[in-house]
Design a protein around this ligand. Structure first.
Ligand code: ADP
Length: 284
């Protein structure tokens, strides 16, 4: 499903290889943990999958299509295949739980009837049907992350990309979130790529673990017990602040703009893109 072929990435103005000759295959339906210290290249790895960044050399193939060659106007359509979950939830504070999830469907121009049905289903999958009318600040961290997960799922993404999704929630809730990801993976066949620092969490699941160091993949193991050295790496990573993936848009308007980038058309300079701002839907 995803192939990295000799992928290297050097950012403009930098001489550091954020990714250094990465070769990798992730199959449809796999569940993969990505670990590595701060600055190792994890965010760059995710950004190239999301097509936020293009490799300096090498190639990334997604379902047989080269991401390098993809025309900018096709990128939002490609991104519909991806559901993204962030450490800091990125929920729109002025919208209810229902509307936060529905927004992701509006952005892609879904019909109202499909929106009602699928939002209800996505919320039931994450166990939050009863909280549909609540606002994010009325929910616990774990619940907010489940809303974000429902939002990532609602458009039936083929791949969930979770960037430290348990970093801001307590350990018990963290397990709930990974359990949910596991269920989604097993029941729906959704591919899961999850970046995490939490070694104990990795150990309690029998999943593939890929460790990145200085832009290289230094280990890629089917089972966490053989991922030697992972603990030190993860401890080191915890000691560092998480990198600023996506420049942490925490304002509602920025979150909306980010989500619109997954819509019908690339955003224009004024940020409106293909999204109908005058939607007559009362839910939004
Ligand atoms: P991680 O997510 O593992 O913390 P990153 O992918 O953010 O690592 O960073 C990998 C390397 O690339 C680091 O050396 C970092 O400083 C560098 N880097 C990341 N983003 C940029 C950027 N936009 N411009 C220049 N260098 C960058």
């Amino acid at each position: 499903m995803i192939d990295f072929i000799n992928v290297s990435k050097i950012y403009k103005g930098s001489d550091v290889k954020a990714l250094d000759d990465v070769n990798l295959h992730i199959d449809k339906g796999e569940f993969v943990f990505i670990v590595g210290a701060s600055g190792a290249g994890k965010s760059t790895f995710l950004k190239t999958i999301i097509r936020e960044e293009v490799p300096t050399s090498g190639e990334i193939i997604f379902d047989g299509e080269s991401l390098n060659m993809m025309k900018p106007r096709k990128v939002p359509f490609y991104r519909r295949k991806l559901g993204i979950v962030f450490q800091d939830f990125r929920l729109i504070q002025t919208k209810t739980v229902y509307d936060n999830v529905a927004f992701a469907m509006h952005v892609i121009g879904a019909k109202q009837k499909d929106i009602s049905r699928r939002v209800a289903y996505a919320l039931s999958l994450v166990g939050l049907s009863a909280k549909a009318k609540s606002y994010p600040n009325q929910l616990s961290g774990g619940e907010q992350q489940r809303v974000a997960l429902a939002r990532a799922l609602v458009n039936e993404a083929d791949v969930i990309i979770a960037d430290e999704p348990t970093g801001n929630i307590d350990p018990e809730m963290s397990k709930d979130i990974v359990d949910l990801l596991e269920q989604i993976n097993l029941n729906r066949g959704t591919t899961i790529i999850m970046v995490t620092h939490e070694v104990d969490l990795i150990r309690s699941y029998n999943k593939r673990v890929i460790e990145i160091k200085n832009g290289h993949i230094v280990s890629d193991t089917a089972h966490p017990e053989v991922a030697e050295g992972t603990e030190e790496v993860a401890q080191e990573a915890v000691a560092n602040t998480p990198s600023g993936y996506y420049h942490a848009p925490t304002e509602d308007a920025e979150i909306e703009k980010f989500l619109m980038n997954y819509g019908n058309e690339p955003l224009t300079d004024d940020g409106v893109g293909g999204f109908d701002m005058d939607s007559s839907d009362e839910n939004l």
